[in-house]
Design a protein around this ligand. Structure first.
Ligand SMILES: Nc1ncnc2c1ncn2[C@@H]1O[C@H](COP(=O)(O)OP(=O)(O)O)[C@@H](O)[C@H]1O
Ligand SMILES: [Mg+2]
Length: 276
């Protein structure tokens, strides 16, 4: 009886607390000698559109891998919904499907159709023998078709993934993540290689979906302008350290750690290409 009450209290507290990701003084290393992330402390509220910006090699992808438990910190604490992310820990397994992770490579299966790539997102819910023989239940097929429409690919369901354009591939990766019914989307430089128009289309799709499904989004960008245009909050990573974190409201920078700078000055300072 007491335990049930505690359990209920835990889930209620999760419903009402703002914070979904917490990192306290996190250090990470691939060789236990050199730290690629140092002293990272950050807090991400539910429903926020959070961007991580930094140059190549600054540690952005490593940061995402700490959130989904692909990697463990050498020091410090990482929490996702009050639990410690760890992909190999059975206790964290149910949480994993709540994290829609899109790696920079997208991770699509090239020779498989768009629809089947999307259905992969439902695998954690499906009997493994059935999924091996691609016997997806009718309700999952319907869900996949609904999401296919949502990302605007209803006429490409049977096309093989390798035959798609860059923008379409990203739509499939987004759809696969949505098929998981996630609470949070983690996207690693999802628009970096796209032309400006397609990049904005993909970002608009993510923003709309995020709003409609009440998701939290954590997106890695190397372009400060893209982050400022779409995010509520932007963290800048340099050589493994968080050197700046700003809040964005429209064209206004709010809640600013490092003094009085305009959005224009921030863009110039932290963009890869300051002239643009
Ligand atoms: N699997 C790995 N093994 C060893 N070093 C790695 C590995 N992945 C990344 N690194 C190193 O960690 C640092 C941060 O990498 P990463 O997080 O991928 O940066 P970013 O995503 O900002 O480009 C870089 O110096 C990179 O070379
Ligand atoms: Mg990266």
């Amino acid at each position: 009886m007491k335990q049930t009450m505690i359990k209920q209290f835990n889930s209620l507290s999760q419903l009402f607390t703002k914070n979904i990701i917490q990192m306290n003084d996190v250090w990470a290393s691939y060789d236990s000698k050199n730290y690629v992330l140092k002293e990272i402390t950050l807090s991400i509220d539910r429903g926020v559109n959070y961007a991580i910006v930094g140059q190549s090699g600054s540690g952005k992808s490593t940061l995402l891998k700490l959130i989904n438990g692909m990697m463990l910190p050498s020091k410090g604490v990482v929490k996702f919904d009050y639990q410690t992310p760890n992909m190999t820990d059975k206790k964290f397994k149910p949480m994993l499907s709540k994290i829609g992770y899109i790696p920079q490579s997208l991770g699509l299966i090239k020779n498989v159709s768009v629809l089947e790539n999307i259905l992969i997102g439902s695998l954690p819910r499906i009997n493994s023998i059935k999924s091996l023989f691609k016997m997806f239940p009718e309700n999952e097929l319907q869900e996949a078709e609904r999401i296919l429409k949502l990302v605007g690919l209803e006429d490409k369901a049977s096309r093989k993934a390798y035959m798609l354009s860059g923008g379409e591939k990203r739509r499939v990766a987004i759809a696969r993540a949505l098929m998981q019914k996630p609470d949070i989307l983690l996207a690693d430089e999802i628009v970096s290689e796209l032309d400006h128009v397609t990049a904005n289309e993909i970002m608009d799709l993510i923003s709309d979906t995020k709003r409609r499904l009440n998701l939290t989004a954590v997106m890695v960008h190397h372009d400060m302008r893209m982050a400022l245009e779409y995010a509520d909050r932007v963290a800048v990573i340099k050589e493994g350290q968080k050197i700046l974190e700003i809040g964005v409201e429209g064209s206004k920078i709010v809640d600013f750690q490092t003094g009085n700078m305009t959005q224009q000055e921030i863009t110039e300072l932290y963009s890869d290409d300051p002239k643009k």
